[in-house]
Design a protein. Structure first.
Ligand code: NAP
Length: 247
């Protein structure tokens, strides 16, 4: 498909789900992928499996809420490879409840991981990308950030925030050859949605005009496209991968 040979990519929340699929697909296109995640063992194993299937990959423990840790890990990757061409801010969590009953700590942690984590990791690669005069930042939002969802005001706010952040960053970095885009998945079959009650999953699935849940690979394909040289004139955009659930 597209050739990412020679590119160095960093993916957050990469040990499972969508982040794992993105890492595997970037590696299949030829990129060297630094898989990062909170748990070092899990991400080390994921990286090992990418290498076993013929890709170039390394695993790093990195919690996106730990600013010093993010800077140290990105520093290590830069020391080793001298560049970061692609950053995929994928790490994300949910802590659902109706706003009336939402605990302050559940508001804070969702905003911290999803939105502030995206800022922290982006800032950590910016100097290198500016020096390289090029780069791709791809942030994973959600259909919920575009349309809202009862019981997910914290998650929706974090995902809508990612869109505003990305559009601003795209304008700041355009002259440096760095593009910043958003991929907004709909209902994707991963652990995150497998945790929903069957009735909720079925109700959501019935609202998808394409007639099925998305796969992690559906999202990964969109990310990989935005990571290529061919996507160099696309920036500040939101690419929805939602089976026409929200248009
Ligand atoms: P997932 O299966 O729950 O995986 C999320 C990954 O993020 C896990 O590996 C998790 O690590 C990691 N993570 C959590 N907190 C972190 C932190 N502080 N620092 C670094 N990594 C952290 O979720 P997913 O479904 O693949 O979702 C991936 C992204 O897509 C998220 O941003 C999510 O909001 C977005 N999204 C998903 C859907 C969907 O339907 N699944 C729809 C729209 C958007 P642990 O394994 O240690 O928990």
């Amino acid at each position: 498909m597209f050739d990412l040979t020679g590119k160095v990519a960093v993916v957050t929340g990469a040990s499972r789900g969508i982040g794992r699929a993105i890492s595997e697909m970037l590696a299949r296109q030829g990129a060297l992928v630094a898989l990062t995640d909170v748990l070092g063992d899990a991400v080390g194993q994921a990286a090992h499996e990418v290498v076993a299937s013929g890709g170039k990959a390394e695993g790093y423990a990195m919690d996106v809420t730990d600013t010093a840790g993010v800077q140290a890990t990105i520093g290590k990757i830069l020391e080793r490879h001298s560049r970061v061409d692609i950053l995929v801010n994928n790490a994300g969590i949910v802590r659902d409840n109706v706003a009336l009953r939402l605990k302050r700590e559940d508001w804070d942690v969702v905003l911290n991981v999803n939105l502030s984590g995206t800022f922290t990791c982006s800032q950590a690669v910016l100097r290198a990308m500016m020096r390289q005069r090029g780069g791709r930042i791809i942030n994973i939002s959600s259909v919920v950030g575009q349309m809202g969802n009862a019981g997910q005001s914290n998650y929706a706010a974090s995902k809508a925030g990612i869109i505003g952040f990305s559009k601003s960053l795209a304008r700041e970095l355009a002259v440096r050859g760095i593009t910043v885009n958003v991929v907004a998945p709909g209902l994707i079959d991963t652990d995150m949605t497998r945790g929903l009650p069957e009735s909720v999953r079925n109700e959501w699935a019935s609202k998808v005009p394409i007639g099925r849940l998305g796969t992690a690979d559906d999202v990964a394909s969109a990310v990989c496209f935005l990571a290529t040289d061919e996507a160099s004139y696309i920036s500040g955009q939101v690419l929805a991968v939602n089976g026409a659930m929200y248009t």
